[in-house]
Design a protein around this ligand. Structure first.
Ligand code: SF4
Ligand code: SF4
Length: 268
């Protein structure tokens, strides 16, 4: 594949994501989406399965003939982050954003699959959420790990993806039988998380209301139990239509809207 053809296919993907994020008709507003591309034969896929997420699918297991994985991040607006930062339990708007964004990401992936098919390129994707093993609670396909391999950011102390536009938002990915990583701009930054940069930040740990998050890691069972409590609270008190696994307090700190840094304190 020529660089120009890869560039053209990336433009198809990016324009589709931007258009659908702007026109989705819900209440949630997003900042400018962020994109990243990884080669399907990058050795970090196998490393991910061998060392971090046993059972994680390889791109070629999602799509035979896979050549690349395209990732896109929809960053939430600052007002939404602030609303959840100050909410006693969880902001209703945060619940709405969760529901709307999951639905939007599903629609986006389906539309992207059709758009690539019109170009004669196969594509396949995994659901934006609830694609995990019920026992280990580990994802069979981790969109945030895909985004790290695609160079979009790093995993912070709170176990979430921190991108150039922060961690407050949602990421998804689609596996493509064309090399969209060819000629794509790479990214690098020394650190996205203050804790791992050796600074004093541990705001996410301090914000966790149930002590599930510590500097030693995340107690997944404690976090999951609290997500269910919050989901039921939102149904009872905030007219959210269905129970959600949601909280997000740890995503409202100094890395919410931008990577950690002296100037990146909008959610704190
Ligand atoms: S709040 Fe601080 S320690 Fe936690 S993930 Fe963000 S930058 Fe890292
Ligand atoms: S989502 Fe909530 S319960 Fe889970 S680690 Fe973050 S702050 Fe703690």
């Amino acid at each position: 594949m020529e660089d120009s053809e890869a560039s053209r296919l990336r433009a198809v993907l990016e324009s589709t994501v931007r258009r659908m994020a702007a026109e989705h008709g819900g209440k949630t507003r997003y900042r400018e989406p962020l994109f990243g591309y990884a080669r399907a034969d990058d050795p970090r896929w196998q490393f991910l399965r061998d060392t971090h997420v046993p059972g994680h699918l390889l791109p070629s297991e999602v799509l035979p003939g896979a050549q690349s994985v395209a990732c896109f991040f929809l960053p939430f607006e600052a007002d939404l982050v602030r609303a959840n930062a100050v909410a006693t339990v969880c902001a209703a708007e945060w619940g709405t954003a969760y529901v709307e964004t999951n639905a939007l990401l599903t629609l986006m992936c389906a539309e992207l699959e059709r758009a690539f098919a019109r170009e004669g390129v196969a594509a396949s994707w995994q659901q934006p959420t609830h694609n995990y093993d019920p026992v280990s609670l580990r994802a069979r396909w981790s969109h945030k790990s895909a985004a790290v391999i695609a160079g979009m950011g790093e995993i912070g102390l709170h176990q979430m993806l921190i991108t150039e536009r922060g961690c407050a938002g949602r990421v998804s990915s689609i596996v493509v039988a064309a090399d969209l990583a060819r000629g794509a701009a790479g990214r690098s930054r020394p650190s996205f998380c203050g804790y791992f940069a050796g600074a004093s930040c541990s705001a996410c740990v301090e914000r966790c209301p149930v002590g599930a998050l510590t500097t030693d890691g995340l107690r997944r069972d404690a976090c999951r139990d609290h997500l269910k409590v919050v989901g039921e609270y939102l149904v009872r008190h905030c007219s959210v239509p269905e129970p959600l696994d949601i909280c997000g307090k740890c995503c409202t700190g100094p890395c919410a809207l931008a990577p950690w840094g002296p100037a990146a304190t909008p959610g704190s």
